[in-house]
Write a protein of this length. Structure first.
Length: 189
């Protein structure tokens, strides 16, 4: 698959990084866009550098390059994922405000009826966040907040992150074994 991955400045940069790692390991063609605030968040929250992350993508686009191939509906991609997705980006997508390449690629996904998966990272949510999510869902987007389950008995933060990444892969119809599914584990009575 050819997948656009946007990483915004919301907390949870590891969701985007881990998704990039897994998709790259599985041989998918990833076209990456990292917002300026995501660059800062990656530095604040992880031990990764941009030099570690960029080589995992087939292409890396400048956040401000609205002339990039992925900004056009005639450029084919299979899906667009924004992980994590800030509330600013979510609001821009909900209201068609495409002033950067991440919000533009999401807009293209919606108008071309391609898969759009957003991993919104905020809590608690206010009514504005919820209304924006409702607009995106009505337009065909998939909202996949990182809400961990615990039936697979996670032992580490990586286990919790991998469960969310696995749910994203499920939405992309990509097989994986990142977590034990319900019924595959020893569920206690």
């Amino acid at each position: 698959m050819k997948i656009v991955l946007g990483i915004t400045g919301a907390s949870g940069a590891m969701y985007g990084i881990r998704l990039l790692e897994v998709l790259q390991q599985k041989g998918h063609d990833i076209e990456l866009i990292i917002s300026p605030w995501a660059e800062k968040t990656i530095h604040f929250e992880t031990d990764y550098t941009l030099a570690d992350i960029r080589p995992l993508a087939a292409k890396v686009y400048n956040f401000d390059n609205l002339a990039a191939a992925v900004s056009s509906g005639s450029y084919h991609v299979d899906a667009t994922v924004i992980a994590p997705c800030s509330m600013k980006t979510l609001a821009a997508i909900a209201h068609g405000y495409t002033d950067n390449l991440i919000s533009r690629t999401a807009d293209v996904a919606l108008k071309e009826k391609r898969k759009l998966i957003l991993v919104p990272r905020e809590t608690p949510l206010n009514v504005i966040h919820l209304e924006n999510m409702k607009i995106i869902a009505a337009a065909g987007g998939i909202l996949l907040p990182p809400m961990p389950s615990f039936y697979h008995m996670p032992k580490t933060i990586d286990d919790i992150i991998n469960q969310t990444i696995g749910k994203i892969l499920d939405c992309l119809n990509i097989s994986h074994n990142l977590f034990d599914r319900w019924g595959e584990t020893n569920i206690r009575d």
